[in-house]
Design a protein around this ligand. Structure first.
Ligand code: AMP
Length: 438
């Protein structure tokens, strides 16, 4: 192989170090602890409610989201990270995962499995939005989807799952709920809504004047003060539902009553994406500082989405909360303490020779399932004991010159400060016995 000359010279001109992209975030320290706690809760609830995990790619065909989310939505029109790749293919970084899940369901013939197929996921989503409190351009969601069943009890199960999961993290939520009808009743309602807004057109914001033509439902949840004022008195979807949608909605509410899950009917809740039908809902923080500011998650039914993607009818319901907003609340409200698993044993070598032996002891204990910690680059006894008590280790194993000569290890009980000499060859069994006693 030809040798290459690799230059290790640094450039003469100092260039500033690279920085995070605007709206993106590194997740480390305490935030990472919260992320792990959320992931653990998600896995436990998925197991208990019978959902299995699916991971879909971050990159998908651009057309998937145009067809599923809708070409008139903000997500598709303004917020997609889209590009043409080296092969000339139009690609998008997923702005949400439901479209991908339905694509996977159709592509892998999940229709032939027992229905509903219950899947969950977690991972990063991408939307080029204006960054603000709890709003990033890369953010993480977890989500649960139940596909292939139209029964309203599934809507209630989904709402229950989200509410209980957030409660397990110490977060009380206000559940807002609405029904936006289906292909039978929505066109007529949209027509009525359009004529209402048309009479007030001049007072609508520029965006809503455009939305009025293609997506009048979205005018209902516009945050511009002038639009809020008009939307307040707009005709409500629930007054214009067909019998099937009305029955469905009433049943969902009855299940929620039975479960004693409180809800607020919000006639202006429509959700941003085109694929929703019938039930839509959102979880909001119940803390007064965040009450109307932070939606923690949202979801609803999407009975026609599979058809939008060219498949058969697959009635389905799902929901997706966002990690960052949950973390924001966990940091602010301090209602939840993550479980800290203290090491059971700290291994403290004194000097170079002891360090080699300590490495072996460390590896042996770890392999035997003991939670073990160390800081091998430190030499002094007092600094290592200090660290062991800071970590709340039950025992510290001290290995010094004498212990090397005698082929032993000194076991220090960190509660009583008593010390005992144990044969090096028996140390793993000895420690396991001591831990069993405690
Ligand atoms: P959506 O489907 O847009 O309502 O999103 C569901 C949940 O994902 C929201 O309630 C948020 O918790 C989270 N989410 C959505 N967009 C963002 C964002 N840009 N930054 C952080 N979290 C987000």
């Amino acid at each position: 192989m030809a040798k290459k000359n690799i230059s290790l010279k640094l450039p003469k001109k100092k260039i500033p170090p690279p920085q995070l992209l605007r709206g993106m975030k590194d997740i480390y320290d305490q935030d990472q602890i919260w992320f792990q706690e959320i992931r653990k809760a998600v896995a436990v609830f998925a197991r208990d409610f019978g959902f299995s995990r699916i991971d879909t790619p971050i990159l998908e065909q651009h057309s998937l989201f145009v067809r599923a989310v809708g070409d008139q939505t903000d997500v598709v029109q303004k917020e997609m990270y889209a590009f043409v790749d080296q092969g000339g293919e139009h690609i998008a970084a997923r702005p949400e995962a439901t479209a991908s899940i339905v694509r996977a369901y159709l592509e892998h013939g999940m229709l032939s499995k027992p229905q509903p197929v219950k899947l969950y996921y977690e991972g990063p989503m991408f939307r080029h939005e204006r960054p603000q409190l709890g709003r990033y351009r890369q953010f993480f969601q977890f989500g649960f989807e139940a596909l292939g069943d139209q029964h309203p009890v599934l809507d209630a199960e989904m709402i229950l799952l989200g509410e209980r999961l957030l409660a397990s993290l110490g977060l009380k939520v206000v559940l807002q709920i609405n029904s936006i009808g289906d292909e039978n009743c929505r066109p007529q309602y949209t027509h009525i809504l359009k004529s209402y807004f048309r009479t007030n057109k001049a007072r609508l914001c520029a965006d809503c004047q455009k939305r009025l033509l293609k997506n009048p439902l979205r005018v209902l949840d516009c945050k511009e003060p002038s639009c809020v004022g008009i939307a307040k008195d707009a005709p409500q979807t629930i007054d214009h539902l067909c019998t099937a949608c009305k029955d469905h909605f009433v049943q969902v509410l009855e299940y929620l009553d039975e479960l004693q899950i409180a809800y607020e009917l919000n006639p202006r809740l429509v959700r941003g994406l085109d694929y929703y039908t019938k039930t839509v809902f959102e979880y909001w923080s119940d803390d007064e500082r965040f009450r109307d500011k932070l939606a923690l998650g949202g979801g609803g039914r999407y009975d026609r989405l599979a058809e939008l993607l060219g498949g058969r009818t697959v009635p389905a319901v799902g929901m997706a909360p966002g990690f960052e907003r949950i973390v924001l609340l966990l940091n602010e409200l301090k209602t939840y303490e993550p479980k800290v698993y203290a090491p059971q044993v700290f291994v403290a070598p004194l000097g170079d020779q002891a360090r080699k032996r300590a490495l072996k002891v460390y590896d042996g204990l770890r392999a035997a399932g003991v939670r073990v910690a160390q800081n091998f680059s430190k030499d002094g006894l007092s600094s290592q004991l200090g660290m062991a008590s800071k970590l709340q280790a039950r025992f510290t194993l001290i290995i010094g010159q004498q212990e090397i000569l005698d082929d032993t290890v000194m076991v220090r009980d960190m509660e009583t400060s008593s010390q005992e000499v144990v044969d090096y060859g028996k140390i793993v069994g000895d420690i396991k016995k001591r831990l069993r006693k405690k």
